[in-house]
Design a protein around this ligand. Structure first.
Ligand code: AMP
Length: 117
C-alpha cells in the first residue's frame, strides 16, 4: 500500500484540513511555503496522467474549498502536480500541492535566460 493510501486508511497520521467521501486535504510534512497543503483522492490513482475527467470535476470544487478554508482564495496560491519521473513525482498517488501565504518564487522559470518570454 502506498504512503498516501496509508494516510487514507488512518495507518499513518496526517494533519487534515478537509475531508469528504472522495478526497482528503492535509498539511505537507515538509512545507515549502507558509501554506502547503496536499490534496489527494481516497481512491488510488497513480498520477495526473491517469485521473479521469469525472474525478477532476469533483476534485476541482474540493480544491477551491481548501483554498478558501486556508485563507488563500483571495491572496492567491499555486496549484501544482508533479507527474512521473521527469516531473519530479516522489509519491505515486495523485496529489496536488496548494501553496500560498506569501509571494512564491518562480522556480520553474530558473532557465528564463533561454526563453524569450
Ligand atoms: P511529490 O514530489 O510531488 O511526489 O510530493 C510529495 C510530497 O509529499 C512532498 O512535498 C513531501 O513533503 C510530502 N509528504 C511525504 N510524506 C508525507 C506525509 N506522511 N505526510 C505529509 N506529507 C508528506
Amino acid at each position: 500500500m502506498c504512503i498516501f493510501c496509508k494516510i487514507v486508511e488512518g495507518e499513518i497520521p496526517s494533519n487534515k484540513v478537509l475531508e469528504n467521501d472522495d478526497f482528503i486535504a492535509f498539511h505537507d510534512l515538509y512545507p515549502k511555503a507558509p501554506i502547503h497543503i496536499l490534496i489527494i483522492p481516497k481512491e488510488h490513482v497513480a498520477c495526473f496522467q491517469e485521473v479521469s475527467g469525472e474525478m477532476m470535476a469533483k476534485m476541482t470544487p474540493f480544491i477551491q474549498e481548501v483554498a478558501t478554508l486556508t485563507g488563500v482564495d483571495k491572496s492567491g496560491y499555486r496549484l501544482t502536480t508533479n507527474n512521473g519521473d521527469d516531473g519530479g513525482q516522489e509519491v505515486h498517488h495523485l496529489h496536488f500541492h496548494l501553496m500560498g501565504g506569501a509571494k512564491l518564487p518562480f522556480e520553474h522559470r530558473s532557465d528564463d535566460t533561454h526563453s524569450s518570454l
